[in-house]
Design a protein. Structure first.
Length: 700
C-alpha cells in the first residue's frame, strides 16, 4: 500500500470512471463564472488539518500509479506524474481531470498558485508532477480528489523531461528555439505573461548560443518585471550581459535596477541604475528611476517624510506609497521577554520617530471579512514569485508550527512554500491598519475598515501593555513614535491590540491570539490581586457600565443629575476595590477610565467645569500619567509624557481628556492652563496619528 500516514486508510473500493469524472467536470465548467476580473476566493488553511510541504525532489520519490492512492492519506516518499486531460475549472483553486500513464483518471485540485504561474490554471495537455500527494474525500461517498495545498508540491514538467513516462509524452510542441521565442513574443503581445515566460524559458533551454540567448533574457526580464517576479527579472537582466558586448548593455542594468527597486532593495537598485546612467546619460527613464531611488535612500537615511503629502496622495486604489523605510534608530536583538525584540539604538525623546516602515506585504483589502485571507494569499504568492522574501518573511516568529528547515529553499526549480507555516506566521505577526490613522480618529468614520499587513521590522517588537511606543498608519507605511523618553539599549514595546481593562480578560486574549501571558509591570502587579478581588472589580465595572448604558454622553446631552450621582457613587465603589498595596502611586487603573470618561462627558453637558477638570485629570491618572489632584500644586501638562515614569498608556482618550481640560480651563478663565492643555493634546495627537494634525479632526 502506498499510504504511510494511517493504518486505516485504504484504496477506495469504487472510484468514478474517467468518463464520469469528465462528465461532472463539464457541468462545472459550464457553470463557471467567466468574469475574468472577479476576485478569486481564497482557500485559507485550517491549522488543525496542517501537513508539511514536500521538501524532496520529484526525482527522489517513488512514482506510483493513481490507482495506488489511498483515501485521506498523505503519500510520503511517493509522487505521481499525470497529464491534464481537461481544461481547468477555476475557483478558489484550479481543478482539472488528470490521467496517469496507465489510463487511470482522477480529479486534481491545485490551490495557492500565484497568478504568474501557468499552474494557476493548468492548461489541457500539460504534464505535472505532484510530490507526496494528499488524496482526500471530496464530500459525498466515492468522490475523491488529489488536493495540492502547498504551491511547491506541484511541478510543471517540461515536455522533454525524461521523467515523463512514455505514454504521457507529447514530445516538444515546437521544434526550434526561434519558434519558442516567437511563441513567447505572441504570448507577450496577448498579455499572457506566464505563457510568455514559459516559452522564453523553452527558447533559452533549446539553444546554447549566448548571442541568441542574450536578447531572450532581456525579454524574459521585461516579462518578469511585469509579473512582479523581481528576483527572476534581476537575474535575467544580468544574465543578458553574458552574450558578449552588447548594444543595449545599459538596458540590462536598467532592468536589473528596476527589479531591485521592486524588491525595495534601494542600495542595489541605485548601484545598478548608476551603471545604466553612466552608459546612457540622456535616457529619461533611467534618470527618473535613478532620482526616485535617491529619494528612497534619503528617506532611509534621514527619516524625513512629508506625511501630509503622503496622506493627500492616498486614494481608494492607491494605498501603497513609494517611500523608503527609516529603521536606523533601532536594532533587533535577543529579548528577556521572548525570542527577539526591538531595541533603541540611541536615546529617543518622547514624541520622536522610532522608525517608519513600508509594509513588506499589505493587500489593498479593507473589507474586514476578507482582509486576513487577502494577506495570506498575497504572502503565499510573493514567496513563490520572489524567493528572496523567504528570509525576512519566513524568518518571523511562526508559533508552534514545526518547520522542516527547507522552507524557501529551491527544490525542482521552485521555492518550498508551506502554506500552514505562512498562516501561522501571519496570525502571529500581522497588524490591522486603517487607510490612515488620522482619518480613522474622525468620529464620522465608519469603524472596522482595516486591512491586514506584515511589517517585518515592526513584527520584531514584543507586546507591552504599558508600551513605550505607538504605531499609526498612512497607507502601507507604519509610523512608530516614542510615547515617553527611551534610553539607548532599552527594549521597545508596542500594544498588539488596545489593552482590555481587566487583567485576566486581556491575558486570555494574548494567550489565544499569540500564545503568551504578558509579563509587563502592569500585568505582573495586577495579578497580585486576589482572585476574589478581581471578580469583585469585574462585577463593579459591569454595574457602572450598565448605568452608563455603554454609551458616552454626546455633545449637548443633558444627563439627569441623579444618574450622574449614581455613576459617581459606583465609580467610587469601583475605585475602592483597588487595593492600596497593589495600586501604588502611578499604577494605571484601567477599569476606572470608562466611567471617568463618561463623567467628563456628563459634567461637560451640564457645564460643571470644575468637575470636568476633576474627572479629566483622573482619566489621565488612570492611564498612568502623573497629574496632581490638588489644585494648588503646579502642573504643566506638556511635560507629562516625559515625566510620568514608565507605566503610562497612550491612546486617543488621553488626547480627548486633555481637550476637555482645555475647554474647562478656558471656561473658568484660566487661559494659560487651557493653552498648555491644547499643546499637550496636540502632542498626544501626533503620537496617535503619526504626525502633526489638527485636533479639529476629532470633531469631524
Ligand atoms: C510578532 S512576534 C514578536 C517577536 C518575537 N519575540 C520573535 O522572537 O520574533 C509575536 C510573538 O512574540 C511573543 N511575545 C510578544 N510579546 C510578548 C510578551 N510580552 N511576553 C511574552 N511573549 C511575547 C509571543 O510568542 C508572540 O506570539
Amino acid at each position: 500500500m502506498a499510504a504511510t500516514k494511517e493504518a486505516s486508510v485504504a484504496v477506495p473500493r469504487r472510484r468514478p470512471t474517467k468518463e464520469d469524472l469528465i462528465s461532472t467536470h463539464k457541468t462545472h465548467l459550464d457553470k463557471q463564472d467567466r468574469s475574468p476580473d472577479a476576485p478569486r476566493p481564497v482557500k485559507q488553511p485550517i491549522m488543525s488539518e496542517a501537513y508539511p510541504a514536500s521538501t524532496r525532489s520529484i526525482r527522489e520519490l517513488e512514482i506510483i500509479p493513481l490507482s495506488d492512492l489511498c483515501v485521506e492519506a498523505h503519500h510520503r516518499g511517493k509522487g505521481i506524474i499525470v497529464k491534464a486531460i481537461s481544461p481547468p475549472y477555476v475557483g478558489a483553486g484550479a481543478v482539472s481531470i488528470v490521467e496517469d500513464q496507465f489510463g487511470n483518471a482522477e480529479r486534481l485540485a491545485i490551490y495557492n498558485q500565484p497568478d504568474s504561474s501557468i499552474l494557476s490554471a493548468v492548461p489541457e495537455g500539460c504534464v505535472v508532477a505532484v510530490k507526496e500527494p494528499y488524496y482526500k474525500k471530496n464530500g459525498s461517498e466515492n468522490d475523491f480528489m488529489i488536493c495540492v495545498d502547498h504551491p511547491s508540491d506541484v511541478i510543471l514538467l517540461r515536455f522533454t523531461d525524461p521523467i515523463i513516462p512514455e505514454p504521457l509524452r507529447l514530445g516538444p510542441l515546437l521544434k526550434t528555439a526561434e519558434d519558442w521565442k516567437k511563441a513567447g513574443d505572441t504570448a507577450f503581445i496577448e498579455k499572457d505573461f506566464p505563457t510568455a515566460v514559459f516559452c522564453y524559458t523553452e527558447a533559452l533551454e533549446s539553444s546554447s548560443d549566448p548571442t541568441f540567448q542574450s536578447p531572450i533574457y532581456t525579454k524574459r526580464a521585461g516579462t518578469n518585471l511585469v509579473l512582479g517576479r523581481y528576483d527572476d527579472a534581476k537575474a535575467d537582466a544580468l544574465a543578458s550581459l553574458a552574450g558578449g558586448p552588447q548594444q543595449h548593455e545599459w538596458k540590462a542594468y536598467y532592468n536589473a535596477g528596476r527589479a531591485a527597486y521592486g524588491l525595495c532593495d534601494y542600495r542595489t537598485s541605485h548601484s545598478l541604475l548608476s551603471k545604466a546612467l553612466a552608459l546612457n546619460q540622456s535616457h529619461s527613464g533611467i534618470q527618473r528611476e535613478h532620482a526616485r531611488c535617491e529619494a528612497r535612500l534619503h528617506e532611509e537615511e534621514t527619516g524625513n517624510y512629508d506625511f501630509p503629502a503622503m496622506l493627500a496622495s492616498l486614494t481608494a486604489q492607491s494605498v501603497h506609497l513609494d517611500r523608503g523605510s527609516f529603521l536606523r534608530n533601532t536594532r533587533v536583538a535577543d529579548s528577556a521577554h521572548h525570542g527577539r525584540g526591538l531595541f533603541a539604538a540611541r536615546d529617543l525623546a518622547a514624541g520622536e520617530i522610532i522608525f517608519v516602515e513600508k509594509a513588506t506585504l499589505m493587500p489593498n483589502q479593507y473589507d474586514p471579512g476578507r482582509a486576513s485571507a487577502a494577506l495570506y494569499a498575497l504572502t503565499v504568492r510573493q514567496l513563490c514569485d520572489n524567493p528572496s522574501l523567504a528570509e525576512p518573511v519566513l524568518g518571523m516568529y511562526g508559533g508552534e508550527y514545526a518547520r522542516s528547515g527547507m522552507e524557501g529553499m529551491i527544490v525542482d526549480g521552485v521555492p518550498v512554500v508551506d502554506v500552514f507555516l505562512v498562516e501561522s506566521i501571519r496570525t502571529k505577526n500581522c497588524f490591522s491598519s486603517p487607510r490612515s490613522t488620522v482619518e480613522d480618529t474622525k468620529p464620522s468614520m465608519p469603524s472596522g475598515r482595516q486591512a491586514k499587513g506584515l511589517w517585518v521590522h515592526a513584527a520584531a517588537m514584543n507586546h507591552g501593555c504599558v508600551a513605550n511606543s505607538m504605531r499609526s498608519f498612512v497607507g502601507d507605511m507604519l509610523i512608530s513614535r516614542a510615547t515617553r523618553d527611551i534610553k539607548e539599549g532599552e527594549e521597545i514595546f508596542q500594544q498588539y491590540v488596545p489593552v482590555k481593562s481587566l487583567v485576566d480578560a486581556r491575558n486570555r486574549q494574548y494567550l489565544e491570539g499569540w500564545g503568551f501571558e504578558c509579563g509587563c509591570k502592569l500585568c505582573v502587579t495586577e495579578r497580585r490581586s486576589p482572585e476574589a478581588n478581581l471578580a469583585k472589580r469585574k462585577e463593579a465595572l459591569m454595574a457602572v457600565e450598565k448605568v452608563c448604558n455603554k454609551k458616552l454622553p454626546g455633545k449637548g446631552d443633558l444627563v439627569p443629575d441623579a444618574t450622574i450621582r449614581n455613576v459617581e457613587r459606583l465609580t467610587k465603589q469601583l475605585e475602592d476595590l483597588h487595593e492600596a498595596d497593589v495600586y501604588a502611586e502611578g499604577l494605571p487603573k484601567l477599569t476606572l477610565i470608562y466611567p471617568c470618561n463618561w463623567l467628563v462627558g456628563a459634567h461637560k453637558g451640564r457645564k460643571n467645569h470644575a468637575k470636568v477638570i476633576r474627572y479629566a485629570k483622573k482619566v489621565l491618572r488612570c492611564f498612568g500619567f502623573i497629574v496632581p489632584e490638588d489644585k494648588g500644586v503646579e502642573w504643566d501638562p506638556r511635560k507629562m509624557y516625559s515625566s510620568s515614569g514608565d507605566m503610562t498608556l497612550m491612546t486617543v482618550h488621553v488626547v480627548v481628556a486633555l481637550r476637555r481640560l482645555a475647554e474647562a480651563y478656558e471656561a473658568l478663565g484660566e487661559g494659560d492652563m487651557a493653552k498648555k492643555c491644547v499643546e499637550a493634546a496636540k502632542f498626544g495627537y501626533m503620537l496617535v496619528t503619526g504626525f502633526e494634525n489638527d485636533l479639529s479632526m476629532l470633531d469631524r
